[in-house]
Design a protein around this ligand. Sequence first.
Ligand code: DGJ
Length: 746
Amino acid sequence: MKKTLLLIAAALIALLPATAQGKKGKKFTHETVAIPQVEKQVIAVETENSSLVLLVHENGRLETTHYGARIAQPAQFLKWRVKTDDYNGQRGNTFPVTGGRYVGEPALHVKYADGSHNTELYYTGHAVSQKDGCVTTVIDLKDYVTGLQVKLVYDAYQKEDVIAQHTEILNGGKKPVELLSYASASLYVDADEYLLTHCHGTWASEMQPESELLGHDLKVIESRRGTQNTQGNNPSFLLSLNTKELSETEGEVIAGALAWSGNFRLSFEQDDAHRLNIIGGISPFASAYPLAAGARFETPEMVFTWADNGAGGASRNLHRWARKGGVYGGGEVNPTLLNSWEGAYFNFTTETLLRMMDDAAGMGLEMFVLDDGWFGNNYPRNNDDAGLGDWEVNVKKLPEGIDYLAQYAHGKGLKFGIWIEPEMVNPASDLAHAHPEWVIQSPGREIYQGRHQWVLDLTNPAVQDFVFGIFDRTMRLAPNIDYIKWDCNRVVQSFGSPYLGAQQDRFYVEYTQGLYNVMRRIREKYPEVIVQCCSSGGGRVDYGALRYCNEVWTSDNTDAVSRVNIQYATSFIYPACIMAAHVSAVPNHQTRAVTPLKFRFDMACTGRLGMELQPKQLTPEERALADRCIGSYKKYRDLIFKGDLYRLVSPLDGHYYALMYVSEDRSRAVVFTYALQYEARTVGGKTIRLQGLDPSRRYKVTEQNVDKSCWWGDGGAFGGDFLMGGGFNPVLKTRYSSAIFLLEAQ
Ligand code: DGJ
């Protein structure tokens, strides 16, 4: 009987298609690696006002159940259930990985030596530690089939309500793998509507804000430029929940920013049930990153915050975090300055510069910065077509040397700064001839030029040494160089590294790592020097560069009207202490616009004030106004560098702009107002409601830089409640009229 049954079974198997039998007629078998059960538990990553709650299931799966208002007892989420099924593995997926059930956009995608693309991460443990107001939670995940290990690291800055997340990936297998995606963070949010605001731009028009309601397609914000990655999109966003309009004061807003100066990618994808997964990290474009057995990859940080008082609240959280450590020297007051660029360009001698310094000191400015044009002898830098790479002082223009200039500045009580562009080389330079192999290039192809220059290959340690050497040598051109402007005027095109040979997939990641290696060395040796990060203006405005740099040049466009939107939108994510803003000549060299000097000052005074013109061209009246504006700026600038920002009126409809900064103890504030159009009888006397003041205190209000105030209450003292709830209505009627008011608690 038994024998007969076996024969029937064998006959039935023979009828099955060959694939089900196995090629050699063997029975199909599939062994599954067992996943150890773990204790069901809740991990709460908390700040003073927010909670990110993760749920560890018994099967080791990690689920994000909440990011938003602080939950006093997060353990209540132990019983959390979501009724919809999770067919696609997307629901609450804390760190979505290609493999398993997951079919959405991955934070991590690994290709293994056997060709497999599957990874499934399970919880193996976590640890919590604390230091200086920051609670760090490290969650260990593992793929039991390949041995790949991932650490999710959350640094929760308690007072600032900011979480900085990064990921560490360890190839725990025996063979090399390729990382096809390797994001820093993934954030899972549940709301009815998602209004995304982010900034795009181009040269001279950076940081243009754009808001859109997210639909159900994949939304990606990406840059693939290699360098100058924020000249287009910025690696940051504001996400307003459950609303169709960006509000400064109301509603839940999540703000996020990637701290990386290289190619980046932010993605936003809704799942079947309209929950949103936000992923931020290095762009995987042309960057399948190889990870040898036992090797580790650490991603940059993605910084995010949650606030329930609108975009203003979210921005202030990020600004506070930035001032307390996110930015190098954050919150320190940087000096006012005169920069030589728009005043002299490449045409100067020692004499020109000395006279500019005299004028800078005379106007009460505190530093002189010598911009481009001071170097190169065989290939003198008299234009932008030669000299980059040859960083010795041009003896024709400056026979007395930089030391002489710096000493002169110091003798006048001015600090001294100087410009470099160390990542670049002009084909017309000694460097290009000496080291053609240092230039980014692809064999047999044209090396495209932009601004007559090529990019040096920072993946190469010898180039990193060279670039560090430029900074180091420049610092030693004079005993006290106080400030370096680091420029970068070229994107990477037709990329190729002679150093990396066949491993070009490493190029984009290792270029930026190379840049940071250099900057780290610089900071070890020169902790005090102020570094401005410039990249044809705002090409490198990101929290990665700002780990090493004190400030950024937000745009080459110095027209005060163009700066309205640029500075307004930069402030969504970045604090005022990093925003260099200069008063330049009219007609403006970029836009040809003519605006009053006061308007130009009042706009530049909202950041780190500077001037960038030939002071000799100012009339005596203009000089007097400049002296006055610089003097009054020094009285309130601590508020710009250390205070909280409130954006009072958005400039986006092109009519009016107002903002204010308030000291932490709310005893002082400064209010800036601007008319961008002629207002006739419309909003000329617009009532602005101030914010952030103490309602129970009285503030003396004094308009700055004028003999006759545009507000009826000037010089009087008013309750904080009155100024915030009642009325503050300076009359700004004519186009480009502006006013600054200082508020001091009595
Ligand atoms: C571009 C910068 O953004 C300018 O401010 C100036 O430094 C020029 N480069 C100099 O070449």
